[in-house]
Each structure stands twice: as structure tokens, then as C-alpha cells.
Design a binder for this molecule. Structure first.
Ligand code: 8YV
Length: 326
């Protein structure tokens, strides 16, 4: 890290970036934009000059290696499974993310998705818009309700806790599974996901993506959740075995699902699209102007702070050993 004049520092933006972040970056740094985070799209002069990356796309080891002067990758989003943060650390490159500023928004969206799923609100609205209220009478009584439900949260981090607080206000009981018990909550802890699923009827996945959670919600977990089970995913699509989920939903192994995230976005598996008992959203957990602006500011402020010699504001855990050495 140096304290050079920021205007002389080149920040690379591969792929799309939030407009507010892009505008602020352009006013503060020299910005280079490329279509994708692939070594092949970099010309030699750009590759040699880039010291920071701001991205909301995959940043893999090969791309990091193609940028010899890289010091910092500012990920737009709290989830940074798309960034090879371990490889970055091995190269002395710091990675930052955007925690806290999206916590309440994502928790709000989770509750909306849960209610949509259980009380079928999108379908009830479609019924009205199609004139069926006039023609056929009221929308059906929903087989499911939030009343009496027991919620299990997979991933009791900042967002998990914000969801739990909301669910408590709705009168639901709360249990959770994490790698380790969280020391600041008194909800029932389950050391395995299967044991959590067996103990609840509403499983909410907020766990981070990446190899540690890949396909963690599998056929066995869905079986344990049971025929009244509702599965909500607001975390990452990779955490769920989508084939097993579609199969469980079609066979009545669980009752319904609400999904905001998918393994291969923006592609949603046909098997899920075809099912009536799934509520689907196009990854909108944090997607309000208000919250995306706050995320953009934090993404950019990390770069500003770093190139002012003040260190990163919100480094990811993989980067902490680098910072303690400074
Ligand atoms: C955004 C998210 O969709 O923060 C995250 O991890 O998944 C979302 O808030 C994402 O950051 C946009 O790139």
C-alpha cells in the first residue's frame, strides 16, 4: 500500500458495476474498464498499471496473477465467494466486501419472500389481475401459513440475526446451524444441518457460498425438513442441490420453496420454473436504490482508504493475516 495521489492510481472495473460506484470511482481514480475478468481481455499497459479492482463478478486466481501491481480487490457485495480471496492473500492482495449496509434490506426481502411463498401472494395478485376474482370468486385459502411455524436459520451471521429478530416479532420459534455456535444469540444451536432441518419446518438459508457450503442443502436435508417444510434461499444458489430441491418439491417431500438465488444466475433451472409450489425472485435481496448506493459507497471507500494509506475499511477474514503483518 502506498499513499500516492489517488488520481494517479489505476482501478480496473471488469464487467458491470453499480452506476454510483462507477461515477465515484471515475471522479477519484484513473479507471480502466474491460468486459470481463479474463486475462485475455487485458492489454499489456493496463495489466501492468492496475493497482486496485472494483468488481461484482468472478475474480479468479488467473486474473489476479495477470495483474502484477494489484494491491486490493473491492468486492461489491457482502458475499465474496466469486473472489479467490485465499489466492489473493497468497499474492499479498487484500480483498474487501460490503457488510452491514445491506443487512436490514436483505432481511426485509427474506421475510417478503417467505410470506410470498407461504401465503402465495404473487399468485393471489395474478388471480386478481386476470379477472378471476370477478369470474371465479376469491383466491383459494392457502394450505400453508406462517402461524405455528418453527424457523431454522442456516447461517446465523449478521443477516441471519436480522432475519431472526424479524421472525421473533412474527411469533416464530428460532433455531440455527453454523459451523460454530454464535456467542451472542440464545437460539437453539444444531451442530448439523440435518439435525436443524429435522427440528424445524421452515429452513432459511443465509449461509455464504463457496466450497464449504456447496450443495449443503441436499436430498437428506430436504427429507429431514419434511412434508410441511418450506425452504427459503436468500444466500447463494451453490449452497443448494437444485436437482434434489426440484425433485423434493415435485414429490411432496417438502411443501414449498422461495428462492432469490440460483447456482447459474441468471439462468433458473426449467425444473424449478415448471413447479407451482416455488416463489422465484431474480436475486433482489439487496436491490433497492438506497441499499445499493450504500454498498457502492462502501466498495469505493475501501479503495479510497487503502490508497490514502489508511488500510481497508472492511477486509474479509482471509485478508486479515496480511494486515496484521503491516
Ligand atoms: C448483490 C449479494 O446482489 O451482497 C451480496 O452478496 O448477493 C447482493 O447483495 C450482489 O452483491 C450484486 O453483485
Amino acid at each position: 500500500m502506498t499513499t500516492d495521489h489517488a488520481g494517479e492510481v489505476t482501478i480496473l472495473v471488469p464487467g458491470k458495476l453499480n452506476d454510483h460506484a462507477a461515477t465515484r470511482l471515475a471522479s477519484l481514480f484513473r479507471v480502466a474498464r474491460v468486459n470481463a475478468a479474463e486475462p485475455a481481455v487485458l492489454d499489456a499497459a493496463t495489466a501492468a498499471s492496475v493497482r486496485g479492482v472494483a468488481a461484482m463478478t468472478t475474480i479468479d486466481a488467473a486474473f489476479i496473477d495477470a495483474l502484477p501491481k494489484l494491491e486490493i480487490i473491492a468486492n461489491f457485495g457482502v458475499g465474496y465467494d466469486a473472489v479467490d480471496a485465499r489466492h489473493a492473500a497468497s499474492r499479498g492482495v487484500v480483498v474487501t466486501n460490503t457488510p452491514d449496509v445491506l443487512t436490514e434490506e436483505v432481511a426485509d426481502t427474506t421475510i417478503g419472500l417467505l410470506i410470498n411463498t407461504v401465503r402465495e401472494l404473487p399468485k393471489a395478485e395474478a388471480w386478481l389481475r386476470q379477472g378471476r376474482w370477478v369470474r371465479d370468486g376469491g383466491y383459494r385459502l392457502t394450505p400453508a401459513s406462517l402461524r405455528g411455524r418453527r424457523a431454522g436459520i442456516f447461517g446465523m451471521g449478521r443477516i441471519g440475526k436480522a432475519i431472526a429478530r424479524r421472525l421473533e416479532a412474527f411469533g416464530l420459534s428460532i433455531a440455527y446451524h453454523n459451523r460454530r455456535p454464535a456467542d451472542d444469540v440464545s437460539y437453539a444451536y444444531h451442530p448439523t444441518l440435518v439435525s436443524l432441518a429435522a427440528a424445524v419446518d421452515t429452513l432459511i438459508c443465509v449461509a455464504p457460498g463457496g466450497s464449504g457450503t456447496s450443495n449443503a442443502v441436499n436430498a437428506e436435508v430436504l427429507e429431514a425438513l419434511g412434508p410441511e417444510g418450506v425452504f427459503i434461499n436468500i444466500g447463494r444458489g451453490s449452497t443448494v442441490d437444485e436437482d434434489a430441491l426440484a425433485s423434493a418439491l415435485s414429490r411432496g417431500v417438502i411443501l414449498a420453496a422461495g428462492l432469490d438465488v440460483f447456482a447459474d444466475e441468471p439462468n433458473v433451472p426449467e425444473a424449478l420454473l415448471a413447479l407451482p409450489n416455488v416463489s422465484l425472485l431474480p436475486h433482489v435481496g439487496s436491490a433497492s436504490v438506497h441499499t445499493r448506493r450504500a454498498m457502492a459507497d462502501l466498495c469505493v471507500d475501501n479503495l479510497v482508504s487503502w490508497f490514502a494509506g489508511k488500510g481497508p475499511l472492511t477486509p474479509v477474514p482471509e485478508s486479515l493475516p496480511l494486515l496484521s503483518k503491516r
